[in-house]
Design a protein around this ligand. Structure first.
Ligand SMILES: [Zn+2]
Length: 247
């Protein structure tokens, strides 16, 4: 998957690199090697925006209704793949017609290792620690955005750390007719990759639809997702960046 992702990203930019990190996993006591994939798209702008999604998937289906399946890995069509799919399409669209900002695409590993929060978001934390201060104006995280019934509320940590960005993003979504999917109301607090970036001073919002019954189960498969939902999020992010004053 890592090599496939690198190959996909290389179709759109020459600047693709992997970032290796390792972690001693409490579940096995063994060292797990992980890799972020980072792709820079420089368009000669002053401002650089970070777009991110996790490409790893939960190694254990802890929430499965069937106890026999709880030690199996999940496929993660929504929890993982949906965000990656939209980012790859945005890379294609931005290569075809550059936005007024530079964009770094970050595909994080180790978001969903677990079982607990202290062994999650590992790739994002690694990236955030090594990011040059002041490099990124802000970040937008895409996670679980493929649900057929897509409703993305304003996630609470995003409001806490980056209220202005949340407001601007939702306003733009409304302007382009997507308020059905981006209602003007706040949701819950969700720990996710954006916390690591916010902690390092990069204001980052989380676009996430956490109302998904198949979360961390073996039933998180592509029949629960829809191409239309991916398009909605892709258009919302694309339009937002194209309307930025970056130069
Ligand atoms: Zn997850």
């Amino acid at each position: 998957m890592r090599d496939w992702l690198v190959a996909q990203a290389k179709k759109h930019t020459d600047s693709v690199r992997t970032q290796e990190l390792s972690h001693v996993w409490s579940t096995t006591g063994k060292t797990v090697k992980m890799f972020n994939v980072v792709a820079d798209m420089e368009f000669g702008a002053k401002k650089t925006v970070l777009l991110l999604a996790h490409w790893d998937t939960r190694p254990t289906a802890d929430e499965d209704t069937d106890p026999a399946k709880r030690k199996k890995p999940i496929l993660g069509a929504n929890d993982g793949a949906s965000g990656v799919a939209v980012l790859l399409e945005l890379m294609r669209a931005f290569k075809e017609k550059p936005p007024p900002v530079n964009v770094t695409f970050l595909f994080t590993d180790g978001e969903d290792l677990g079982p607990d929060l202290d062994e999650m978001f590992l790739g994002a934390e690694h990236f955030a620690k090594s990011a040059p201060p002041g490099r990124y104006a802000y970040g937008i995280l895409l996670d679980m955005i493929g649900d057929k019934n897509l409703v993305i509320e304003k996630e609470q940590y995003s409001i806490y750390y980056a209220r202005n960005l949340v407001d601007r993003f939702w306003l733009n979504a409304r302007r382009i007719g997507l308020s059905r999917h981006f209602p003007d109301r706040s949701g819950t607090w969700i720990a996710d990759d954006h916390l690591a970036l916010n902690a390092r001073g990069i204001p980052t919002i989380d676009l996430i639809d956490f109302d998904y019954p198949y979360w961390h189960t073996t039933a998180d498969t592509d029949d629960k997702c829809s191409a239309e939902s991916l398009e909605v999020v892709g258009r919302a992010v694309e339009s937002f960046l194209r309307n930025e004053k970056g130069r």
